[in-house]
Design a protein. Structure first.
Length: 347
């Protein structure tokens, strides 16, 4: 990594953190995972070594609800999260530390529950409506199907949207003040040209598991309007991405241990097009369980949940594109490290 130095920048309510509080910072951590609010944690030593006085114990400058922006990187930090402080954990012990924690703005959708009917709307319309309810700008991909009636039954907006996203193989996340409701980003091009074992990452564990459910997904339902049964099938060859692999995970698993068909019963299907969309979503979401891995590298702010990365030096079959599903970025006295979890759909 040459002479690059781990660096961070903290902004509180739009202003740079005071010099006194910046000097007290002992570590910063950012965790993000698909379909979960990203969480930040800032650890501060509350003892002033010079005067022996406690710093900020009256919490006059830091409190829940404050806006915090965290940038991390090597030499020049890059913006990583804009969120809100939700907790202050002051630990009076031998080494007294204040842990400041908070989330990105997706966490706002978890507040309270609602019972609400949505009439003649698409899931993407509902996502946009919910985003605006929480003061967020919607960034949505058209979901196509207009539903005569959908009911949110005593659920938080987060639970309701996540449930709808799972049916469609969509993802829900916040970036700055924008709420995204989009198709799985596993089809994206790698965020880095490539990372090589021993050169770019220190640790990598991969687990390939024969898939036991979903080599063929049959989705059945009843067309109320036409009074007939609807049936759609998704199977090998209909992968949205094999992530550079020659074969999909279900093809490999079927050759090894046999077929694993499943049937899903769906309520209130509108038409065959919706049935096909839901069947394909169920097939592809299960396919991403084929290979799962976890690794660690020197800190790299480009590695984030929802990105893909090309991992090389793993042999002909395992080298290739992987989907990042979670990361932990940490800066402390040891420097800047990034741990990551990845998944892959083929070999």
């Amino acid at each position: 990594m040459g002479t690059s130095v781990a660096n961070y920048k903290i902004e509180l309510n739009g202003s740079k953190l005071s010099a006194e509080l910046t000097a007290a910072v002992e570590g910063v951590t950012l965790e993000d995972e698909l379909n979960l609010p990203a969480v930040f944690s800032i650890q501060m030593n509350m003892v002033n070594a010079g005067s022996g006085m406690w710093r900020g114990t009256d919490l006059s400058s830091i409190k829940p609800g404050d806006q915090l922006k965290l940038s991390l990187g090597l030499d020049q930090p890059v913006p990583m999260i804009s969120g809100e402080i939700t907790a202050l954990d002051l630990n009076f012990a031998e080494h007294s530390v204040l842990d400041i924690r908070g989330y990105d703005l997706l966490h706002r959708l978890r507040m309270g529950t609602r019972s609400k009917a949505f009439l003649k709307k698409k899931d993407s319309d509902i996502a946009a409506e919910i985003a605006k309810e929480h003061g967020l700008t919607p960034v949505v991909e058209d979901t196509g199907t207009v539903y005569p009636y959908l009911f949110q039954n005593n659920q938080s907006n987060y639970e309701f949207l996540l449930e709808r996203a799972a049916l469609l193989d969509y993802e829900l996340f916040a970036a700055d003040k924008k709420l995204h409701f989009v198709k799985s980003r596993s089809v994206k091009a790698p965020v880095l040209p490539e990372m090589s074992f021993k050169k770019d990452f220190e640790r990598l564990n991969l687990e390939l598991r024969a898939l036991t459910r979903g080599s063929k997904v049959t989705l059945k339902g009843w067309d109320v309007k036409e009074k007939k049964e609807l049936e759609a099938i998704a199977k090998s060859g209909e992968e949205t991405t094999r992530m550079g692999g020659k074969e999909g995970g279900f093809s490999i698993s079927t050759a090894a241990v046999g077929e694993s068909p499943i049937v899903i019963m769906a309520e209130n299907l509108l038409d065959m097009n919706e049935a096909k969309v839901l069947a394909a979503a169920a097939y592809n979401s299960r396919l991403r369980e084929f290979i799962a891995g976890e690794g660690m590298c020197w800190g790299n702010p480009k590695l984030r949940a929802g990105q893909t990365v090309k991992l090389m030096g793993l042999g002909e079959r395992f080298s290739g594109i992987y989907y990042i599903v979670a990361t932990v970025h940490k800066i402390d006295s040891k420097g800047y490290t990034t741990t990551f979890k990845v998944k892959r759909t083929g070999l």
